[in-house]
Design a protein around this ligand. Sequence first.
Ligand code: SAH
Length: 347
Amino acid sequence: MSRELLIKLREQGGLSRPEFRQLLAAHEPGLQAEAAALATALREQHYGNRVFIRGLLEISNYCRQDCFYCGIRCSNRKVQRYRLSPEQILECCEMGYPLGFRTFVLQSGEDPGYSDELISDLVREIKLRHPDCAVTLSLGEKNFSAYKAFREAGADRYLLRHETADAAHFGRLHPLKQSLQNRMRCLQDLRSLGYQVGSGFMVGSPFQSPQTLAEDLYFLSEFKPEMVGIGPFLPHRDTVFANAKPGDMNLTLFLLSILRLMLPKVLLPATTALGSIAPEGREKGVLAGANVIMPNLSPPEARDKYMIYNNKLRTGAEGAEGLRLLAEKMRAIGCEIAVDRGDYPDA
Ligand code: SAH
């Protein structure tokens, strides 16, 4: 019965909300293994054994928002704030290119200290120096004209997780001035500007339920993002949710497989959070259907301070300098790292 739902999901690219709930309720190791087998077959069909890498640059931890789950929320006074200069960011790209990175992801808190103009200039400069590379931005909620300026400067992709597609749930994870409606407006704006768009959510965030998860899957089946980022929620000691329990690794893996079945060509990272929660988390993610890994290219001081949750992996195979180790780990599971922009196939 549940296996039929997996097949139906693959055939139709979506399910009804009750069917998604039914599928989630049926999660057990046997079904998870079946989902993973179907998902990896699809990944191989579209991408062979290639796994794409993205160089992650955590460019600033200043943030004007106050998301209850996030370690760099503005009300956390214990954070040592930092902001990389354009020169530092360009140096990181310079370092990443010979390592094989052909996508640079600039991620930060919502930092008013970077003007839209500065970001646009920076994007333009990266594209000028590395014309064969893609630039992905992940700078949070901005207005249309900012997204437009970044796009015109050459940005190719934008990552903005919806976090939860249930408005009431969204309200329990964020202060009143943040809304699901604005998040959705941003995603629509990004799409209309021709970005490859990434969305996603945390697995096991406080107050998440099978209902809210079914809503997430339903939303993603309709919006059809080019990229989906999911990873377990992990508590940070200086947040509202310091004592909340972390998300479940197996549920994350099951959801990765479901996402691959639903959006067969989606660019799906095995996230740092997944790697942080269990040894070999990222390998397990790839074996569940993921095909992207985002090693950290930030300078070491920045890595220590971009602490969105405690015990975040940031060295070893997680660091860009550990790429050889990562390549070995991928070979051990039959995959190879591609030196390639790794665009969405129809983009
Ligand atoms: N300011 C940017 C980048 C946020 S960090 C933005 O709003 O998009 C990227 C992602 O990390 C967030 O979208 C969130 O889903 C995830 N994240 C934040 N805190 C987390 C935590 N405690 N555990 C796991 N993931 C977390």
